[in-house]
Design a protein around this ligand. Structure first.
Ligand code: ZN
Length: 151
């Protein structure tokens, strides 16, 4: 079990040091900002959704190792997935980090994201791990208004 924990820690540290899909994405179809005031994590997420599938996804921002590695692993995981699948994965990831318990099959589906199961023991860290996912949902639910006069 401690070996598994070390492996998990290694994945998180690796993605924190070298975040995947880091940077702005232009053009993009969806975009949202996320902020976790408890820890000071800030995140900006960009998606390019084509025909209901995430063609590309990137993020920028700064935060703790948990929030950065969670965003990095999430973007890696979601590229090529459909929006319908993504909403299911959001529910599963949320259950994972809040300790609700997942079926073995659902846990397998999450792949490397399972490393965040460890945060369920630390309520403050749950917000760090789930910031990128909540930002993702905001981005997907934001409708672009053509007749925007502000900005
Ligand atoms: Zn944090």
């Amino acid at each position: 079990m401690s070996e598994l924990r070390e492996l998990y820690q290694e994945v998180i540290l690796d993605h924190n040091r070298n975040p995947r899909n880091f940077g702005q994405l232009r053009p993009h179809s969806h975009h949202a900002n996320g902020h976790n005031p408890l820890c000071g994590d800030k995140l900006e997420l960009f998606l390019d959704v084509v025909d209901g599938v995430i063609k590309d996804i990137k993020f920028t921002g700064s935060g703790c190792a948990i929030s950065t590695s969670s965003a990095s692993l999430m973007t890696q995981f979601l590229k090529g997935k459909s929006i319908a699948e993504t909403r299911i994965y959001f529910d599963h990831f949320h259950d994972l980090v809040t300790g609700k318990g997942l079926s073995d099959e659902d846990l397998d589906d999450l792949g490397k994201l399972a490393v965040f199961a460890g945060v369920q023991e630390f309520p403050a860290r749950v917000k760090c791990a789930s910031l990128s996912w909540h930002t993702l949902m905001n981005a997907l639910d934001t409708t672009k208004h053509i007749a925007q006069t502000e900005n």
